[in-house]
Write a protein that binds this ligand. Structure first.
Ligand code: FES
Length: 159
């Protein structure tokens, strides 16, 4: 298989992953017993989402949920986030925020701050780098994650 074909196939696969998560967001909904929560706002479009986390006494993220509305990329990214950080330590979850925002804003894959964490499902977001105006859509939920982990209830913007 030549490189171009492989890249096209990967791009199509990632597009399908984004569409699947946007149409059927995983872990969509409020967590009434959340220990941490934050709202993420993209001032460019006004879209918002709220992220809910349940962190246990061992500082492990045991459950993640979100609600809100936004474009397909923001919803898919939030959905992928919930699957990625569930069962991670607070430290590793916050490292995911750094890694994802670096990956989306740098030309290369960015330094992985979470060598132990499987971020392979997030490869679907890499194509967003080709559309700089959509990077804020993809990072919205991750900014909310970072804010939620820092405080028990806060607001985050992509600016
Ligand atoms: Fe608003 Fe994407 S257009 S978050």
């Amino acid at each position: 298989m030549n490189d171009t074909l492989q890249k096209d196939e990967l791009r199509e696969l990632y597009r399908e992953v984004i569409l699947d998560h946007a149409r059927k967001p995983r872990n969509f909904g409020r967590l009434d017993d959340a220990t941490h929560t934050a709202e993420g706002i993209n001032p460019l479009c006004g879209d918002k989402l709220r992220l809910y986390l349940i962190v246990d006494a061992e500082q492990t993220v045991v459950s993640v949920g979100f609600e809100g509305s936004g474009c397909a990329i923001s919803m898919a990214s939030a959905s992928l986030l919930t699957e990625t950080v569930t069962r991670l330590s607070v430290e590793d979850a916050d490292a995911c925020f750094r890694t994802v925002t670096q990956r989306l804003t740098q030309a290369n894959d960015g330094a992985s701050a979470t060598q132990e964490t499987d971020l392979s499902r997030l490869r679907a977001l890499d194509g967003v780098r080709e559309y700089p105006s959509r990077v804020k859509c993809a990072t919205l939920a991750w900014h909310a994650l970072h804010a939620a982990l820092k405080q028990s209830d806060s607001k985050a913007t992509t600016e």
